[in-house]
Design a protein around this ligand. Structure first.
Ligand SMILES: O=c1ccn([C@@H]2O[C@@H]3COP(=O)(O)O[C@H]3[C@H]2O)c(=O)[nH]1
Length: 242
């Protein structure tokens, strides 16, 4: 099994696949709701079959996923969603352009639909990509932030998928505009805006932080995010240079 599957909390699983090509974990998350399964992010299209096997391992056939939400439109978060036959698929309208032409028709952009807001508070971030979002799943107190803040390329600490945010304080990641993969974004350096967005989501009473890549954090998520939001230019530079 090329996916690592781990329970985050009741009815929520993290599914991580180490991608040799990009040398990083790619994360997806499964939530078992009373009526349906919900998938957040779906990995690359070429890993879709393995994602299906990982989901089956926790009792979720692909047909049972009724709702899919992408944290943003990069292909390592979207590709696997194409194989979900019964899911209503959502993405922020500003990321629709990132999708292949023949994929766009499969996606809805009305994130204010009750099928989404019944479960999640949606926060537009717009940093990693123009349409990147954070999703707060109120029932589980999980904050999904996609790649706004993530551990791209990092190994799992002590091979643990879920780790304590306080103990992982030095896992802080710098602001990395180059991660956006889009020229428009990579040439902009907007640390102040990035920090403000982090500071805003740090107010959410989350007990878990689920990012687009790598370890899942639990515990004092507010302090962890606030600490990230307080990095100044010098500190960002020292992280980038290390
Ligand atoms: O070998 C690589 C590694 C990375 N990237 C880009 O960096 C981005 C990081 O965020 P993401 O995971 O949403 O998408 C990734 C891609 O856009 C790439 O194009 N080729």
């Amino acid at each position: 099994m090329s996916y690592t599957v781990e329970r985050v909390t009741d009815h929520v699983y993290a599914l991580l696949r180490w991608d040799e090509t990009w040398q990083s974990y790619n994360n997806s998350y499964l939530i078992q709701d009373r009526e349906q399964f919900i998938l957040i992010d779906a990995g690359k299209a070429e890993h879709a079959q393995e994602l299906g096997e990982a989901l089956a391992q926790v009792g979720c056939p692909l047909e049972a996923i009724g709702l899919f939400i992408a944290t943003h439109g990069h292909r390592d978060h979207i590709g696997g969603a194409l194989g979900l036959p019964n899911a209503d698929k959502f993405i922020h309208p500003l990321d629709l352009d990132l999708l292949q032409d023949d994929w766009r028709a499969q996606f809805r952009t009305d994130l204010t639909a009750s099928s989404v807001t019944r479960h999640f508070d949606v926060h537009h971030l717009g940093d990693h990509t123009w349409g990147s979002i954070a999703l707060y799943h109120r029932a589980s107190r999980i904050l999904f932030v996609g790649d706004h803040y993530c551990f791209f390329g990092d190994e799992l600490p002590d091979e643990q998928v879920v780790a304590c945010a306080v103990r992982m304080g030095d896992l802080l990641e710098p602001y990395r505009p180059e991660m956006s993969g889009e020229e428009q974004r990579t040439t902009r350096y907007e640390l102040a805006a990035f920090n403000q967005e982090l500071s805003d989501i740090a107010r959410i009473p989350a007990a878990f932080l689920c990012t687009g890549h790598g370890v899942v954090l639990h515990g004092d998520i507010q302090s962890f995010l606030q600490r990230g939001a307080s990095m100044d230019d010098n500190e960002v530079l020292s992280y980038v240079m290390r």
